[in-house]
Write a protein that binds this ligand. Structure first.
Ligand code: CU
Length: 153
């Protein structure tokens, strides 16, 4: 009798273990879709230049604000978020420390607006290449972006 109770208990424990191991996977999928990236591309550089820009659309599908706090890429020495602004009729760009994307909101990174600035970009990138950029969020999570190469002309 006692051994039967024990085996039922063991079976229940096994069930609980399986459930627990499934739960984190579902949570991870939800986090990945918190920020959806569309139309990501970077400008190929003219010969002799190592600085370029990348553009994309960020859409927040989660129920809470997502804050982009830092960026990195194995293809570049450093990556910054920039914004173009008109000051006294002059087009200037400045570094932006963070970008908040409200729940349900989309923000376009486009020429003349917000963009990612890549410094010290590796040589020899061509039209068939993709640059992997990691967007790090305030929540501690990050989103991996595959930006396609686009002609600099
Ligand atoms: Cu810039």
């Amino acid at each position: 009798m006692l051994s039967r109770v024990t085996s039922i208990f063991k079976a229940l424990t096994l069930c609980a273990t399986v459930l627990l191991s499934i739960a984190p996977l579902q949570a991870a999928e939800k986090i990945e879709s918190a920020l959806t990236i569309n139309d990501a591309y970077f400008r190929l550089m003219p010969p002799g230049r190592s600085m370029t820009a990348a553009y994309m659309t960020l859409t927040n599908n989660s129920g809470e604000t997502q804050v982009l706090t830092s960026l990195r890429s194995d293809s570049a020495g450093s990556v910054e978020l920039h914004q173009h602004t008109h000051i006294d009729g002059m087009m200037k760009m400045r570094k932006v420390d963070q970008l908040s994307i409200a729940a349900g909101e989309s923000i376009e990174l486009v020429p003349g607006g917000y963009h990612l600035m890549l410094f010290g970009v590796q040589d020899g990138l061509g039209l068939d290449d993709t640059m992997v950029i990691e967007l790090q969020l305030e929540s501690g999570k990050s989103v991996i972006v595959n930006a396609k190469a686009s002609s600099f002309k």
